[in-house]
Design a protein around this ligand. Structure first.
Ligand code: 5MM
Length: 344
């Protein structure tokens, strides 16, 4: 309970840096960066050594490869994070695989041997874990079979985490790909969360010791109608209020591929409109929405590390401001040299 509260304290959020090797390589390939273990290590070193990161970030979610890595001088990443006041966490699912008998749907795996892996990660310094279920939305899906199987797996994972004293981050992600309207995302998100909390209850998970990491309720990416930021905020929180018990200390949204500024604006609207009456902290656990500019600036070059770290720190600061309801798009406007302000 103490760790769960610490993860969302002080209007700060979580940094998801738990890309599996294949996801990380895909992002590197797109950015023209070599896909080697050393490149992945260097990039993660850049992230964990970013000056000031702990001003905005309470916890960082690592991947199996990353939790075992060190800075060039031999200092383990876990120690760097802990010394900076950032709680180390670990992704423990092994990814979403095709669900038998359900074309187009996936079930997240990783329960076999999980107790031993969790004990090991705990010894390595992790204090929380993460498991992501992926729910696609399209004609005729998600099915009940997919929702229930993923909810049960999330609950079994969460119970195992609490058994060894790790806080489970429970992440049921309804994907934003598709042309569905926002109302459909709302219906599905509500149904998924209802099932997840029913299963958490059935498995005896202590709700005071979890963090929920859901999607925001959004219109499909290719839907012709794209609601305003305030409409997204209202729909998201009214959906959550119906299904997330007040005992849960914090909700840390995933970004799901939203551009960083838009994710900050929507999180900000959520807090402007609901912070004062929300039973839970409303924070973030973004990967792409925090990391994207930094990765592009870094480009695999040592000479760009400092500029990339500034970009990472900037996005984290914007998201912390959003947790306070104090983010302003002006924070994201490029700085003009003094002589040009007000000029051409
Ligand atoms: C970093 O991405 C995580 C998934 O990685 P793999 O697909 O490689 O296993 C993902 O769970 C992430 O933590 C969350 O989805 C949040 O990331 P976004 O980019 O959606 O904010």
């Amino acid at each position: 309970m103490e760790t769960a509260r610490a993860l969302v304290a002080g209007d700060k959020g979580l940094l998801a840096m738990d890309e599996s090797t294949s996801s990380c390589n895909k992002r590197f390939a797109r950015a023209g960066i070599s896909q080697t273990e050393e490149a992945r290590r260097s990039y993660r070193e850049l992230i964990v050594t970013t000056p000031g990161l702990s001003e905005c970030i309470n916890g960082a979610i690592l991947y199996d490869e990353t939790i075992r890595q060190q800075k060039k001088d031999g200092t383990p990443f876990v120690k760097i994070l802990s010394d900076a006041g950032i709680i180390p966490g670990i992704k423990v699912d092994i990814g979403a695989k095709a669900l038998a008998g359900h074309p187009g749907e996936r079930l997240t795996g990783g329960l076999d041997g999980l107790r031993a892996r969790l004990q090991n990660y705990s010894k390595m310094g992790a204090r929380f874990a993460k498991w992501r279920a992926v729910i696609a939305l399209s004609h005729g899906i998600p099915s009940r079979g997919c929702i229930e199987a993923n909810a049960q797996a999330l609950a079994c994972y969460a119970a195992l985490c609490q058994e060894v004293g790790l806080v489970p981050i429970v992440e049921p992600e309804v994907l934003m790909d598709g042309e569905h309207p926002m109302g459909r995302c709302r219906e599905v998100t509500e149904e998924v969360l209802q099932n997840v909390f029913a299963q958490l209850y059935t498995q005896g998970v202590m709700l005071e010791g979890i963090i929920l990491k859901p999607n925001m309720v959004l219109p499909g990416l290719t839907c012709a109608t794209q609601e305003t930021i305030d409409e997204v905020a209202d729909t998201t929180v009214s959906c959550l209020l119906r299904v997330v018990p007040a005992a849960v200390p914090g909700i840390t949204f995933l970004s799901g591929g939203q551009p960083g500024k838009l994710a900050s604006s929507r999180l900000n609207a959520i807090n402007v409109r609901f912070k004062a009456r929300s039973p839970w902290a409303l924070a973030f656990s973004f990967a792409r929405a925090i990391q994207r500019p930094a990765l592009e600036i870094w480009h695999g070059e040592d000479a760009n590390v400092s500029a990339a770290q500034q970009a990472l720190y900037h996005r984290a600061c914007c998201d912390q401001a959003a947790c306070r309801g104090e983010y302003d798009a002006a924070m994201d406007e490029p700085m003009l040299p003094p002589g040009l302000i007000g000029g051409t």
